[in-house]
Design a protein around this ligand. Sequence first.
Ligand SMILES: [Zn+2]
Length: 253
Amino acid sequence: MLNIIPIPAFKDNYIWVLHDQQHAVVVDPGDAAPVRAWLDTHQSSLAAILCTHHHNDHVGGICELVQVYNVPVYGPQHEIIPCVNLAVGEGDEIEIAELNLRLKVLDIPGHTHGHIAFVGEKSVFCGDTLFGCGCGRLFEGTFAQLYHSLQQLAQLPGETLVYCAHEYTEANIRFSLACEPDNEQLKQRHDDVRALRAAGLPTLPSTIALEKATNPFLRCSEPEIIRTLRRRGLTRSDELAVFTALREWKNNF
Ligand SMILES: [Zn+2]
C-alpha cells in the first residue's frame, strides 16, 4: 500500500514522500539531510526523486541524494537543474516500478517558466503553483500562464488530493476571507486549519474540490470576489483581470 507523508524542511517546506515501507520516492528535496534521516529511520531505499521547478528550496538536496543513492531524477524539461537526469514535460508518463507507481506530467508554468506537476494515485504534486487557499507568486511567467495553469489543476477530479510544497494555508485564508468574507465553506476551513495548526499538524493535502470551494484564485468568476475587487477599483470583470487583481493585491497583503 502506498503512503504519502511530509518531511518538513526549512521554515515551511514539505518534502513529500511516497512509500510502501520498503521503497520511497521524494518530491522536491530542497534539503538532503532530513530525507536521509527519514530513509535511515524507516529502513527504506530511495527509488526516485521528482522535482517540480528549479528553486533552491526544492532542488538543493538532489545532488547529495543522487551521490548516495544513484536514483533517477525526474525534472522539468524547460529548466536547467543540476543532477536531474530525466527531463519530462506535458503528456509524459513516468513509471516507478519499485512502488508500482505511474504518474503523468502536466506543464503548469507561471511561478517559474518550466514548472511541472506530477499527477497519479488520485493525487497531484503541484510544487509552488497551487497552495492551500492560495497560489504561487509569479516569478517568470505571465498572469495568463499562471491563471491557465491553475485552471488545468482545477480540471482534475474533485477528490484529487493536493500536495503543495509549502505550509501557507493559514496565512492564505486571511487573504481569502478578505476577498470573500461570506463564504461559509471558507469560514469552516479557517476553523479547521487553525485547529490543525494549533495541534502542530499539516493542513495538507487538501482536495481539488476544497480548493475550488475556498481558494479565491480558483474562483475568479465568483460575484462576491468581483464585488470586493470593484470596491478596490477594478473596472473589468473577466476572469483573467480578476485573477491579476487578486494576485497583485495578495503580493501587498
Ligand atoms: Zn518556488
